[in-house]
Design a protein around this ligand. Sequence first.
Ligand code: ARG
Length: 460
Amino acid sequence: ETEKPWGGRFSEPTDAFVEGFTASVNFDKRLYHHDIEGSIAHATMLAKVGVLTEMERDAIVQGLKDIRAEIERGEFQWSVKLEDVHMNIESALTARIGITGKKLHTGRSRNDQVATDVRLYLRDEIDTIAAELTRLQTGLIDLASREADTIMPGFTHLQTAQPVTFGHHLLAWNEMLQRDYERLIDSRKRVNILPLGAAALAGTTYPIDRLMTAELLGFERPTENSLDSVSDRDFAIEFCSFASLLLMHLSRMSEELVLWTSSQFNFINLPDRFCTGSSIMPQKKNPDVPELVRGKSGRVYGHLMSLLTLMKSQPLAYNKDNQEDKEPLFDAIDTVKGCLRAFADMVPAIEPRREVMHEAARRGFATATDLADYLVRKGVPFRDAHEIVGKSVAFGVAENRDLADMTLAELQQFSDIIGADVFEVLTLEGSVAARNHLGGTAPEQVRAAAVRARNLLRQR
Ligand code: ARG
């Protein structure tokens, strides 16, 4: 016999390397709060069905609360010999309250215990992340409303395409985040289900009341199948999949912020407090925050791939492989929280350089499509209009002048249908205002879209 909680059938101590190799306490101790919540609910249920006396329950509950306080004071001695958070806490409970502590694990296994702990933990983190996403979206929508009239070049192929409003561009970002939010909340439904009661894999012979435990822990319902309960990690994969899409979106926003802060674009300023400098080049102010967020997408995609591969081909039911679910999940959670916090703080502080954006849109023949549409309205077939405008642009490129800077006579070289009213459509303001339909870039539409987006936040 060894000193392990499972040592009864063993005749020699665990190999010293194996002990460290198989232990998870160094990373799963972050589950301590939820492990204790789960144990308190389990003990409460066991007392209700008569497996524990009320005195035993009270001693266990008090002991667990004292251990939690000790952990929070930083005084708890974690031991790698006790393998994981579950056995560390259970062993501390017995040291504290005596043999009653040994009754806590009745009708339970670490297999359903860990599955419960991770779900409880992730549920809380999802709620924190949802609130942080809402904070980011709020800042984004506010900025978008302030910038509903600001004109910038819109791009395809990173080449100037057509003028858009800066507010419209920001609300495009918000749409991405809105979908991420919905995915997160949808995945929460599948997190919020209680595996406890599955025990090791087959259920337990005690008259447990899983509905009661589920209710005590705020779960929607207990799981349906004990084998699935201890082996399902889909919910962690779903979280990493949400996180990957979110980080992909944040990386796209980051990329644009990096471009826009460059002196080549110069569309925005990020306040100094979100930037860092160079140790050699005195002039430098680098957009490190968006760059780092862009880079962090890589580790989160990696975690998604780790978990998918971890679960691939695993036979039912619990396998020790599953201990490997925690580090990727935890790091994905930490990374998402860090990136969201950085973005939620930074986005409201973005300082647009409106004249620079306006000038950039003016330089890139951004109203060429408007001129073609003008010709079509005067009866020219679209393909011919395209050709006429193409020639006008070629002239502008050679002369280094935008369409709006040409004289009427110059424009009429390419089509005598062009009249003096053409200059109304060649202005950037006229161009964006004309795209005045649901989902369009007109300032009026941006203001209405911002109201709708804010309403969605209010319904959360
Ligand atoms: N530390 C383990 C994990 O993270 C807890 C469950 C261990 N169960 C077992 N039978 N070895 O998955």
